[in-house]
Write a protein that binds this ligand. Sequence first.
Ligand code: S3P
Length: 163
Amino acid sequence: MNIYLIGMPGSGKSTIARDLGKKLNRKVIDLDDEIAKNALMFVEEIIEKLGIDAFRNLEAEALKQINEDNVIISCGGGIVTKRENKAFMNGFKIYIDTDIEIIRKRLETDYERPLLKTKTLDSLYEERFLKYLDFADVIVSNNKTLENVCEDIIEILDKEGIL
Ligand code: S3P
């Protein structure tokens, strides 16, 4: 079964996905990387040049293109903005719940996120919080070390019979 990580930008999805991939010996797909590979442009460039709606369509396409099983997929923070994406996330969806103040600190030095040029982090969070909960099969707190959050996830996957 595929494992999808969802959550706010800066919540730690990509780092957790890479670490889980190593620990569980599973392939990791970063959806933003797939979109960039398909478009031959960086994600930031796509959003700036083609606009956010075009990016969302490419994101949905990249999601649909995944035809592998037992992989870990780190999704972009906005995957939940298209309700229909949920139907294409065939597997176990984990919401990485990171304190907004931790995210704020992480993103302070990150000028590459075009979305945060037009919206505040708080408004993004407010807009999306319920959507993350709606998509998620389980919520995992990431207000802890990488080691501990991966342990929590592995325990859940084990209990769910996914490992
Ligand atoms: C986005 C998050 C980004 C990327 C794009 C849009 C968003 O991914 O997909 O810039 O709408 O939250 P990360 O969540 O990996 O930063």
